[in-house]
Write a protein that binds this ligand. Structure first.
Ligand code: NAD
Length: 495
């Protein structure tokens, strides 16, 4: 069985004694192994990244950007291969994987603007013969730690920008679906990136803790679940590192009585069940304002759910695939069970679906639950599966209060025809990303991505302008060149 190793200083290597199985979630079979990096292996990557830093940080931004132009072309040329690797280990259908890759490529395109992004700021004549300017300097060795659910896109939220900003990078991808991430990193070498600038270490807590505790690592970007995000943020910052740690979510959509119910139901189907609900922006709660809206919505969503098809990644007509593991399948089923126990109505039960030819896969079918309330476990927790819950409220204020009271604040949206209601919602809702008739309001690459409350630890959001700030430190220079012949007197004032 193949063992997936690490990419360190431009070479593939694997000297580790520990490894774990990688599964094809559609069949439930272990198909590969992934090496789990020891402290020593991670330290080799840190040394490689540190050694590559002086030269790379002095490389002009335009030359760094040229690598990203070539990298983008290689990503496009290798789309099928990348989608296949994602499908085999994550399980998402190829059209969904292609969408993820495209969003990743958009971050590479943004990074191609490095000369513009790193221009700095200049003020002439801030005083007599005095000019002041700010420069953006790279930090050094920076690390990224990423989740299983977007093995191509989320790493590309991080390394393209970090690298064009002049840093060297160590990526620790999810150990559950590492192949597409590693393949993408290998393309960077082909694109002309010098060895050591980008390194990938596969592994688990041991690898992560080594990165968090090593003084040579200056900053950490993390995306994953909230308990781990909080641990990463506390440990990294206690060790003096800059850190942004994006966590979990519970994304609500408010369905107003005036919403176009056909469109809303169609949008909800994709946003709730797409990628088997394993998206941090998945819409998992529909808050219907009034029983009439709730009944209409449930009728139309139920109707649409009859047409959904689940199965393996390579069948383009499938809408979504399996969840990531047997344990996660049990967890999602457990939340459906607990909702039932606590008095909610299971309108469509997706537990234990029959998927012809894939009977041993980790499948959960699309599930719709009505009469969910705030006190239920399945409402409070992030389910991360193809489960849409409906909460019934009487007013928009009540709906907004529900969202504002939730511990997570990643994305949210409102379906309405009323501009005034939409504006009020946008102004007063406690979430980092807001949609108006847009169910998955993931910002484009030129804006930044991040939630509020316990969906993000740190100050700066991921990618876009915040990404540039995160991966650089500012130096402000104040310069005076007195005109010859002018004698300056002594001054003790703080001018
Ligand atoms: P996870 O937290 O289990 O793992 C994320 C990373 O942390 C992996 O690389 C993993 O190896 C590492 N890790 C896991 N346990 C660790 C530990 N004890 N110590 C140190 N490192 C550890 O997350 P996941 O299951 O891979 O991904 C799903 C989660 O990610 C969901 O909660 C989802 O909402 C979240 N997510 C958030 C965003 C966002 O932008 N906010 C985006 C994608 C996914």
């Amino acid at each position: 069985m193949t063992t997936i190793g690490h990419l360190i200083n431009g070479e593939m290597m694997n000297n580790d004694t520990r490894s774990q199985a990688v599964f094809n979630p559609a069949t439930g079979e272990a198909t590969k192994k992934v090496a789990l990096a020891s402290k020593q292996t991670v330290e080799q990557a840190i040394v490689a990244a540190e050694d590559a830093f002086p030269e790379w940080s002095k490389t002009p931004p335009l030359k760094r950007a040229r690598v990203m132009f070539r990298f983008k072309e290689l990503l496009e040329q290798n789309t099928d291969k990348i989608c296949q690797l994602i499908g085999q280990e994550h399980g998402k259908i190829s059209h969904d994987a292609a969408g993820e890759l495209q969003r990743g490529i958009e971050n590479v395109e943004y990074a191609c603007g490095a000369p513009e992004l790193l221009k700095g700021e200049h003020s002439k004549n801030v005083g007599p013969n005095i000019d002041c300017w700010s420069e953006f300097h790279p930090l050094g060795v920076v690390a990224g730690i990423t989740p299983f659910n977007f093995p191509a896109m989320v790493p590309m939220w991080m390394f393209p920008l970090a690298i064009v900003c002049g840093n060297t990078f160590i990526l620790k991808p999810s150990e559950r679906d590492p192949s597409s991430t590693l393949f993408i990193a290998q393309l960077l070498k082909e694109a002309g990136l010098p060895d050591g600038v980008m390194n990938v270490v596969n592994g688990d807590k041991e690898a992560v803790d080594t990165l968090l505790n090593d003084k040579r690592v200056k900053a950490v970007s993390f995306v994953g679940s909230t308990p781990i995000a909080e641990y990463i943020y506390t440990t990294a910052t206690a060790n003096g590192k800059r850190c942004q740690a994006l966590g979990g979510a519970k994304n609500h959509a408010i369905i107003m009585p005036d919403a176009d119910m056909d469109n809303t139901a169609n949008q909800l189907l994709g946003a709730a069940f797409g990628s088997a609900g394993e998206r941090c922006m998945a819409l998992s709660v529909a808050v219907a304002v009034g029983d009439e809206a709730a009944d209409a919505l449930i009728e139309k969503v139920t109707e649409g759910m009859k047409r959904l098809s689940i199965g393996e990644y390579s069948t383009a007509s499938n809408d979504f695939g399996p969840v990531i593991s047997a344990a996660h399948c049990d967890k999602v089923n457990g939340f459906i069970e607990s909702a039932q126990q606590e008095g909610a109505t299971i309108v469509v039960d997706g537990r234990n679906p029959v998927v012809d030819g894939f009977e041993t896969g980790f499948f959960v079918g699309a599930t719709l639950i009505d009469h969910v309330t705030q006190d239920m476990l399945s409402y409070q927790a992030e389910i991360f599966g193809p489960v849409l819950q409906v909460v019934r409220v009487k007013t928009m204020q009540e709906a907004m209060q529900l969202i504002n009271d939730h511990e997570y604040g990643n994305g949210t949206c409102i379906f309405t025809r009323d501009g005034e209601a939409a504006r009020y919602f946008t102004d007063n809702i406690e979430a980092g990303m807001v949609g108006i008739n847009v169910p998955l309001p993931v910002p484009v690459a030129s804006h930044s991505f991040g939630g509020w409350k316990r969906s993000l630890f740190g100050d700066l959001h991921a990618y876009g302008p915040d990404g540039v700030r995160f991966y650089t430190k500012r130096k402000s220079v104040t310069q005076r060149w007195p005109s010859s012949g002018i004698r300056e007197g002594v001054s003790f004032a703080f001018l």
